[in-house]
Design a protein around this ligand. Structure first.
Ligand code: PHE
Length: 344
């Protein structure tokens, strides 16, 4: 019988030869049994033999035997992994399995509508400005010609942060901020969030969006205001849409008007319509010629310049554009609603 060292060498070659033929995970297990099996594994038997050696022989054989064992263990583990993962990949590549559905996000309908409004005004040469949602009493009221304690403030009641700071009730304060910095000609729109002390109903919310418009130059008249708004509304709703200007009051415009469009929800046919209350009309914006006092507050000479402004409710107008009879749908985050605006 050859020496243990020779046997170790023999089994190392035998293992190398057999391992090179392995093609399936099952064969890895067979090899493991053949070499490392608890009773008859080749290495197990070699270890038995090792015990019978004298101390000198043990020294060299012990190291080689242990090395062979760890090499075999490592190679088998590696091989096992290699053979398993392609199998898994193959399973995933099964083209008959149903695909996983992907959901794409999309802009909120109010954002889509705001962009549409911006596009129309930009095409007429307007630029877009923004301002803070937390405002001072001065910009939200005083500079817009609402004296302290004036009853006109009642319809713009809001949430106060302290004596001086409040959540803005309209985008009009940004008119003041812009006119303080820029001199005419001015041709801007100002979209943004506004806040009011309102009880929610199908057309009211305590937070909503407005877009403000402001034009200031020499020789600007009410005819420019009317023409611009008519063009804007007809571009949004089509040539046939009916609109009307009604005299109104705002402390910061004189004269003032409100603009109604025909109720697209009921077409004026439903006396109990929850959107127009049966009148057939719904107000969508307030407007007017900039009050001379407002110009004085920002050091623009009202003898030289004139201008107009408007403030439009974006949510309310979007209700008509998308034919949605309930403003609260916009903020309930119901995916069944929101997905209808996914334009992909
Ligand atoms: N700020 C007014 C509102 O919130 C609308 C408005 C803007 C009216 C500009 C006239 C001019 O109701």
């Amino acid at each position: 019988m050859s020496s243990l060292l020779e046997k170790i060498d023999h089994y190392r070659r035998l293992f190398a030869d057999q391992v090179s033929r392995v093609k399936e995970a099952r064969q890895v297990e067979e090899l493991r049994q053949a070499f490392l099996g608890r009773k008859k594994g080749h290495l197990t038997l070699l270890f038995e033999e090792f015990k019978t050696l004298g101390p000198d022989e043990k020294k060299s054989a012990g190291r080689l035997l242990n090395e062979l064992k760890t090499d075999i263990q490592n190679l088998l583990a590696e091989l096992e992994q290699k053979l398993q993962s392609p199998a898994r990949v193959k399973q995933l590549e099964d083209l008959t399995l149903p695909g996983r559905q992907l959901y794409w996000g999309s802009p909120h309908p109010i954002t889509l509508f705001q962009r549409e409004i911006e596009r129309i005004f930009i095409s007429m040469g307007f630029s877009v400005e923004e301002g803070p949602e937390i405002e001072t009493d001065y910009y939200n009221f005083e500079a817009l010609n609402f004296p302290p304690h004036h009853p006109a403030r009642d319809s713009w009641d809001t949430l106060y942060i302290n004596d001086k700071l409040l959540l803005r009730t309209h985008t009009s304060p940004v008119q003041i901020r812009v006119m303080e910095k820029k001199k005419p000609p001015i041709r801007i729109i100002i979209p943004g969030k506004v806040f009011r002390r309102e009880t929610p109903d199908p057309t009211h919310l305590p937070m909503f969006y407005q877009v403000e418009g402001l034009v200031v130059d020499r020789g600007i008249t009410f005819a420019h205001l009317k023409g611009t708004l008519e063009y804007f509304i007809k571009t949004l709703f089509g040539e046939k849409i009916k609109l009307r200007f009604r005299p109104s009051f705002f402390p910061f415009t004189e004269p003032s008007a409100e603009v109604d469009i025909e109720c697209i929800v009921c077409g004026g046919q439903d006396a109990a319509c929850r959107v127009c209350g049966g009148s057939g009309w719904k107000e969508i914006l307030g407007a007017g010629m900039v009050d001379p006092q407002v110009f004085k507050n920002v050091n623009i000479d009202p003898e030289v310049y004139s201008g107009w402004a408007f403030g439009l409710g974006i949510d309310r107008t979007a209700m008509f554009a998308f034919q949605i009879p309930e403003i609260r749908h916009f903020y309930e985050n119901d995916l069944r609603f929101l997905r209808q605006f996914n334009r992909r």
